[in-house]
Design a protein. Structure first.
Length: 504
């Protein structure tokens, strides 16, 4: 094995051959040129461990030659030959970057020792440069990973903020699905929640699934893929389900195809559901970054869902309590028994005929059930009085919408409902109460309730009068069209009232 590859540049052929013979005997591979300009061209084409050059040559001096070599090969290992008693030129060469020098006449052991050191120094340089390059590349990759993780954590934080921005379960689930599908660019995403009574998973929110799949999916704990994931509380990443030995045979859920990730949703060690994502739009399989991202937000998703479920439970508790108060009003006054129920039926029929959004219809339904709640604060003697009310008593009765508002105000989730309760005694012509609103200033839900409330009141026996016949009540509604009632609402009511009466 060669001790190293040496290239000699010296205008004296004898010196070139002498160095060649001496170094070859010591195991070096040696080549030479007597023309320094030819030497420059050869260095550009071949790789040498050490370049040995004389400092005094006719074509170009050694210092200029060294400068030229370093201009295109800055890492060159150069050893200079000097035969002069003065070392000023040698010192200049060393300051420029030459590795060492050898002096004439040559001492073969000294020359061999310097060449071995020079070759070793070159390989050490190469190793150091490679190490530095590897370290820099590693640092760049590490920096890139840090940037990616920082961006990922930032994204997880933003998504967490988004999904905890609402306490309504449907809205929470919708936001989760939207954020995940847009972030990972996927075709299908679903959230299945566990019913504690039946111990079954059902799809509560999804994208990319058919109504049939959503409606008919019922999965027991431990069954199929979602049930297995939830029971074992194990995150799953599968590149191709058809080739996966564990899940291929369990694939009875139609929304599992190709690559998928399934994450159990756990809160305080209690399983509450499963998050499934399937198929990237790009058709690429899911990777570890996707897997890590979903695992990173799964706890936030679990907490958001639990908070929403607790809030829904709290809502229902409040509503049941308030509904009980409303029922108490109906029970203590047999004249208004089932009044809220009837008003609800009429108002919902009108709202559906108009084509209002489901959420608006839901608000109307709740407002109908609560619209007379404030009467619980009205003296029983006034409510059951059989003779005409005094002006003072009438003013007291007119306070019941605001009394209802006072009772319901602490329930923030009923904000839209409270507005309808507050306005249901306003008149279309502005002569109603409590604020004298008119026309479009009154919420459409309140305008609908006004018609439904008045119709049921007229067809129900009261302590101060007998009930009107259905036809008489309809005629009264017609007479007050455009004054007390919104004319458009009256037209819709008159269209559907025959069906409502037949229903009764």
């Amino acid at each position: 094995m060669s001790e190293g590859k040496i290239f000699v540049i010296d205008d004296e052929l004898v010196m070139c051959e002498l160095l060649r013979d001496l170094l070859q005997e010591r195991g070096f591979e040696v080549s030479y040129v007597t023309n320094p300009l030819e030497g420059i061209e050869k260095i550009k084409k071949e790789d040498f461990d050490v370049i040995v050059t004389d400092l005094k040559m006719p074509q170009i001096d050694g210092i200029s030659l060294i400068k030229e070599i370093f201009s295109f090969l800055p890492d060159a290992i150069i050893v200079v030959i000097t035969g002069y008693p003065s070392f000023e030129t040698v010192q200049t060469a060393l300051k420029m970057g030459a590795y060492n020098y050898i002096a004439k006449p040559f001492n073969i052991d000294e020359v061999s020792f310097i060449m071995k050191k020079a070759v070793a120094f070159r390989y050490l340089n190469i190793a150091n440069k490679k190490l530095i390059k590897d370290i820099n590349e590693h640092n760049e990759k590490l920096e890139e990973k840090v940037k990616e993780r920082t961006a990922e954590l930032g994204l997880i934080y933003k998504i967490t903020q988004d999904i905890t921005s609402t306490l309504k379960l449907d809205e929470t689930l919708t936001v989760i699905i939207e954020r995940i599908t847009s972030t990972l660019r996927i075709e299908m995403c679903s959230i299945l929640l566990l019913d504690n009574k039946t111990q079954e998973l059902t799809i509560k929110a999804s994208k990319g699934l058919t109504e049939d799949i959503i409606k008919n999916t019922r999965i027991k704990m431990g069954e199929k893929i979602s049930g297995w994931v939830l029971k074992n509380k194990q995150d799953v990443l599968v590149e191709d389900i058809e080739k996966d030995p564990l899940f291929a045979k369990r694939n009875q859920e139609k929304y599992y195809t190709h690559s998928f990730i399934s994450i159990p949703l756990i809160i305080k060690d209690k399983p509450i559901g499963v998050l499934n994502v399937n198929n990237k739009i790009s058709k690429e399989p899911f990777n570890e970054n996707d897997f890590r991202f979903l695992k990173g937000i799964s706890q936030s998703i679990s907490i958001a869902i639990e908070n929403a479920q607790l809030y829904t439970s709290l809502e229902n508790t409040y509503l049941n309590t308030v509904s009980a108060l409303t029922s108490a009003i109906d029970i203590k006054d047999h004249y208004t028994h089932s009044h809220s129920e009837h008003v609800t039926k009429y108002a919902l029929a009108i709202a559906k005929e108009i084509g209002l959004p489901e959420q608006e219809i839901c608000y109307i339904k709740q407002a109908c059930q609560l619209h007379d709640l404030g009467k619980i604060g009205i003296n029983d003697t006034i409510l059951s009085k059989t003779t005409k009310l005094t002006e003072k008593e009438w003013e007291e009765i007119k306070k019941h919408p605001l009394k209802s508002v006072d009772i319901l105000k602490p329930l923030d989730f009923l904000k839209e409902v409270i507005t309808l309760v507050e306005q249901h005694h306003e008149r279309y012509d502005g002569k109603g109460y409590p604020y004298g609103l008119k026309g479009e200033e009154i919420k459409i839900g309140a305008r609908i309730i006004a018609v439904a409330d008045s119709f049921d009141a007229m067809t129900t026996e009261r302590p101060y009068r007998k009930a009107l016949s259905l036809q008489e009540a309809i005629e009264e509604i017609k007479r007050n069209k455009g004054t007390q009632f919104d004319p458009n609402i009256v037209d819709v009511f008159l269209k559907i009232v025959p069906k409502l009466i037949n229903y009764d």
